[in-house]
Design a binder for this molecule. Structure first.
Ligand code: SAM
Length: 220
């Protein structure tokens, strides 16, 4: 499955990112429609509002960083270091080129990593994942939350519920041959999290997030 996910994103990440962040390029009709419903750019902006004030001097792990739109934006909030991990070689190659071009080698470390296979979370102060946990199976999520432990995290998620968006998204991922995209109810997510760990589900600018950090969940 991980290999299929890697192949999918190696093939998809450029078009997905160009469509999602309104960059100029040739974008398929399906991707244009999907982008209209996804609000990825708005989600990144909302995440910056949530964690931006806490980022100064901190080290941040950006899981499933894609082409690094969040990574480069959070840089403006003076973190000590950002670790940008993604399963896609195409994505990481793109970030590496930008890191080199902007002389950010001492600030951004990027790496091809299948995060579902991590044995532990690398040294960092917070973990961020935008559009990331949606590609994890229940057992992968259980493992992820176990290794994160009490480290502050922020994940976006699409809640499992009956909605036009979810119906269209299901059609989209079927057309795209996505090897695994999942939606979970809040109860399901809670069942993946170790007992006694706090979890807050909240919205920012209409986008859904979850976190174990009160500072993130109640950020102004
Ligand atoms: C929907 S994109 C989101 C990209 C970026 N976070 C953003 O919001 O612009 C999902 C990203 O997660 C990555 N991904 C999926 N499964 C992964 C895994 N097991 N480990 C690391 N990255 C993964 C994909 O390669 C892709 O870049």
């Amino acid at each position: 499955m991980a290999n299929l996910q890697k192949k999918y994103w190696d093939r998809k990440i450029n078009e997905w990112s160009h469509a999602s962040y309104n960059k100029q390029s040739k974008i398929s009709f399906v991707e244009k429609i999907a982008t209209f419903f996804r609000s990825v750019n708005k989600r990144k902006d909302a995440a910056i509002l949530i964690v931006g004030k806490q980022a100064k001097g901190k080290s941040i792990l950006d899981l499933g960083c894609g082409l690094g739109e969040f990574t480069f934006e959070i840089r403006k909030h003076s973190p000590k270091k950002i670790l940008a991990y993604d399963i896609s070689q195409v994505a990481i190659r793109h970030i590496k080129t930008n890191v080199k071009k902007n002389k950010l080698n001492n600030k951004i470390a990027c790496k091809v990593v299948d995060a579902s296979k991590l044995k532990s979370i690398p040294q960092c102060d917070m973990v961020i994942g935008l559009g990331f946990i949606d590609y994890f199976t229940p057992s992968e999520l259980k493992h992820l939350f176990k290794i994160i432990g009490n480290k502050p995290y922020l994940f976006s998620f699409f809640e499992k519920k009956v909605s036009l968006f979810n119906l269209l998204h299901k059609i989209y991922i079927t057309i795209q041959n996505c090897p695994g995209a999942y939606k979970y109810s809040r109860q399901e997510i809670e069942s993946f999290i170790p007992k006694k760990s706090a979890v807050y589900f909240f919205e920012k600018d209409g986008l859904q997030f979850m976190s174990n950090s009160r500072k993130f969940a109640f950020s102004k």
